[in-house]
Design a protein around this ligand. Sequence first.
Ligand code: UT7
Length: 323
Amino acid sequence: MRRSRIAGVGSYLPARIVTNAELAARMETSDDWIRQRTGIGQRHIAAEGETTSMLALKAAEAALAHAGLTAQDIDLIVLATATPDYTFPSTATQVQAALGITHGAAFDVAAVCSGFVYALTVADKFIASGSNKRALVIGAETFSRILDWEDRTTAVLFGDGAGAVVLEAVEGKGDASDTGVLTTHLRSDGRHRAKLYVDGGPSTTGTVGHLRMEGREVFKHAVGMITDVIVDAFAATGFSAETIDWFVPHQANQRIITASADKLGIPMEKVVLTVDRHGNTSAASIPLAFDAAVRDGRIQRGDVVLVEAMGGGFTWGSALFRF
Ligand code: UT7
């Protein structure tokens, strides 16, 4: 059975760090409130002129270097973002051009905070079908550009960054002992649009718009949706909270992560947390967290890793892979 293994991982964060204290000097909030409600201590913010494709390119180059591959080895780029450089062309094609790739295909996937799980799923299926050999899967965002900096209920939550993995075709036995992506589960329900959306777009207002969120409403749905798709991943593979090695959740809010881990019986020692340092970087959060835990030596080759995300749409999903 043809599978896709993660040949390399990389990430990039803009240089500028904005602390909670800095935000508290600009708006009516406090370090205490932000930490207690979200677990966030700081976030990275892109410099003026630093675009989503620039962040994505740096993450992609790091993932290629980690895999020991060159850009010419890649025949597919799937990039997840809700903050593209332009309405069109896709940010993926900007990255493709910057990498000097003129073969294969590159396109964006729009699933907001679930974008990386969606992009991973798409690329895995392209590879499993035999149509492509090596894919860059990228999550990259500059949410700072769509935040309403006058709205303290959303401005304190998000950050900028990018993460990427290289997926490569391998032959497996077709069972749960294989290396690579073992299962993926995607869901969406468009009835929830008004709870988390951007109030602009080319076909409505003709403007980019700002992020709007009913945080409490999103929170109410998050844990149930996340645990549903994780139960699906466990049922499809036979793995369980006890037998996975690592849980790398979307980093929106530490309380959501802790509640989901608790409900599933996943001990916090297996949970990778970066929300304290990165804030919510939407589609970039999972590959950023995964890369952090690979670089510091926690996640090793052969480890079984569970990822999940939930966000605007609503969209949600999970993936389980052996690294
Ligand atoms: O990644 C996509 C998915 N997004 C999420 O997962 C986000 C989900 N939601 C959340 O993480 C949480 O709902 C928030 C962190 C957004 C908010 O936490 P909460 O515990 O649900 O707080 P709340 O919205 O119920 O607000 C509590 C109070 C309110 O004041 P009153 O009405 O009790 O007087 C807010 O006005 O906190 C106030 N508040 C703030 N205070 C200081 C809201 N934002 C702030 C702030 N600083 N930045």
